[in-house]
Design a protein around this ligand. Structure first.
Ligand code: ZN
Length: 534
């Protein structure tokens, strides 16, 4: 009977013994040393123990392992009492006829119930805000598979990672929820034994309901997308049109604003000051007035009163024209005067920040304008936030230098593209199918993302050998096509509703996860090098 229990988990009979050996370590030092030794033995029987995850608390041992392609949590105790709450399959040593050991192993799936218990036991698996951390990087993990690679890269570096970062658009396209995104991050942190803290960003949220939802799920950062409240038309108004529209605002409000902004020199640094012309001032009011009201309202009525200290970012980056430094100053001043505590602000910079490829635009102009934005952020004491920050290698040195290493950078799609690169290397047949599907469905994906890729420039995949497929991940056109079709690929279903690619994508990543982590370490590592992060 006994062997059957072990059989049901599929685990080798020595598993209980492995657990017992690690559990017997008298102290933490021995724990990790024994963990390594046992992990070596376990590996021979096909079990991969994540040694960094091994923890002992109140006489109970916890660690993550992978057997086959399934990751599980093992909980071991010598007590015959069931631990509270874990949903688990139980293997006791008595089931194991070869073993003289005593103890019970709980084999726990990585589900919501179990992550809730792990978070209580090990609070470092919960996200936290990043107040006081100069350099923070958003590392959106659309598949919920990349964070361990990011954590391995950041070990020992002075970077606070925002491991959970998804926009509603991404949630819709991947078919995930905020709970799910945060669970993946917690398990990744536990797997890697990473205790230095991480953030969770409800990215590009547009409504009060979305903000409440993200906060309810435990997110620690809110990026409020104010684009729907920005009046893009006003930027193109003639002086006359602008005056007419401006006069529609209540007189009291206009008086207050004029006293505050007209005829005043705002000294940002000893060399740089802002003085609004009437034209500039009126445009700034018309373009940003509603967005500021919206952000102030959301902040004061939802975020400030939620009972936790939340990082608030205002994003005005998804607009048609770039944000002038004067407009940036105006928006920030008004937000702060409206009682908003700003952690970061994302203007739209000049040039193009397209998804998944390098910066396009005039470098000298970028450097000049970015420098002013950086000084304004410093002046108010928040961080400049750079969105669509994947792969912007030519401007990274400027960003690192002009901010003095104090900024927030967001990446996401590039982590998916490294998964695609892994697939080109390890499962070329899957890649070929994804590639054709992406090209066929590109016009649909273009409804959600603006890119300049020209699919006709992508070489015919039938003429590329398997071993050369990975080169497609180094070319802008193919990168962008695979970048923006991720949602369609993940959710593609056959007529019988079975998913065409999803399971095979996860299987491939699971099977070669160490290789995936290495690709991420290399690629995001290149980001850090260019940014000047050591
Ligand atoms: Zn953005």
């Amino acid at each position: 009977m006994a062997a059957a229990v072990i059989m049901s988990t599929g685990l080798p009979v020595g598993f209980v013994q492995f657990c017992k050996e690690i559990w017997e370590a008298p102290d933490n030092k021995m724990l990790s040393r024994l963990g390594l030794k046992v992990a070596e033995d376990a590996r021979k029987s096909g079990v991969c123990i994540y040694t960094a995850s091994v923890r002992k608390k109140n006489g109970v041992l916890y660690f993550l392992y992978k057997y086959g392609n399934a990751k599980k949590l093992a909980v071991y105790s010598d007590l015959k009492t069931k631990l509270p709450g874990f949903e688990a399959e139980v293997i006791s040593s008595e089931d194991n006829q070869n073993s003289a050991s005593q103890g019970i192993v709980y084999i726990c799936p990585l589900n919501r119930n179990n992550v809730t218990l792990i978070r209580k036991l090990f609070p470092y698996t919960l996200p936290s805000n990043h107040k006081g951390k100069p350099l923070t990087i958003g590392l959106g993990d659309r598949l919920g598979a990349a964070s361990p690679g990011h954590i391995r890269l950041l070990a020992g570096k002075n970077v606070f990672p925002v491991l959970a970062q998804q926009s509603i658009r991404e949630l819709n396209l991947t078919g995930r929820t905020y709970e799910d995104v945060l669970e993946s991050a917690s398990w990744a942190v536990f797997q890697e034994g990473y205790e230095s803290g991480y953030g969770a960003d409800g990215d590009h949220l547009k409504t009060a309901a979305e903000v409440r939802m993200a906060l309810g799920c435990g997110f620690t950062m809110i990026t409020l997308d104010c684009s729907e409240h920005i009046d893009n038309k006003a930027a193109a108004y003639s002086t006359e049109e602008a005056e007419t529209a401006y006069c529609l605002l209540p007189e009291g409000q206009r008086d207050l604003l004029e006293k505050k902004y007209l005829g005043v020199d705002f000294n940002i640094t000893s060399e740089y000051s802002i003085r609004f012309s009437r034209d500039e001032f009126i445009k700034a009011v018309l373009i940003y007035n509603k967005a500021i009201e919206f952000a102030t309202d959301i902040y004061n009525n939802i975020i400030k009163v939620c009972g936790r200290d939340i990082d608030f970012e205002m994003s005005i980056d998804e607009t048609l024209t770039s944000t002038s430094p004067a407009s940036h100053f105006f928006a920030a001043r008004e937000l702060i005067d409206g009682g908003v505590s700003v952690t970061s602000l994302a203007p739209r910079f000049c040039g193009e920040f397209q998804k998944g490829i390098d910066y396009r635009g005039e470098l000298a102009e970028f450097e000049r304008e970015f420098g002013m934005h950086a000084e304004i952020a410093k002046h108010f004491g928040y961080k400049l936030s750079v969105h669509s920050g994947s792969d912007k290698f030519t401007v990274f040195p400027i960003i690192g230098r002009l901010t003095g290493g104090r900024y927030h950078l967001k990446t996401a799609g590039t982590n998916w593209l490294e998964a695609v690169r892994l697939i080109t290397l390890k499962n070329p047949s899957l890649y070929r199918r994804m590639h054709s599907f992406a090209l066929e469905n590109l016009s649909e994906a273009r409804k959600y993302y603006h890119i300049s890729a020209e699919p006709q420039k992508i070489p015919d995949i039938r003429e590329i050998a398997d071993e050369d497929l990975h080169c497609l991940m180094d070319k802008d056109d193919s990168r962008q096509v695979l970048h923006i079709t991720y949602g369609l690929i993940l959710q593609a279903a056959a007529t019988d509703k079975s998913l065409i690619f999803r399971d095979e994508i996860f299987e491939t990543i699971g099977k070669y996860e160490d290789e995936y982590y290495k690709l991420l370490i290399g690629h995001i590592g290149k980001h850090l090098d260019c940014l000047g992060v050591s």
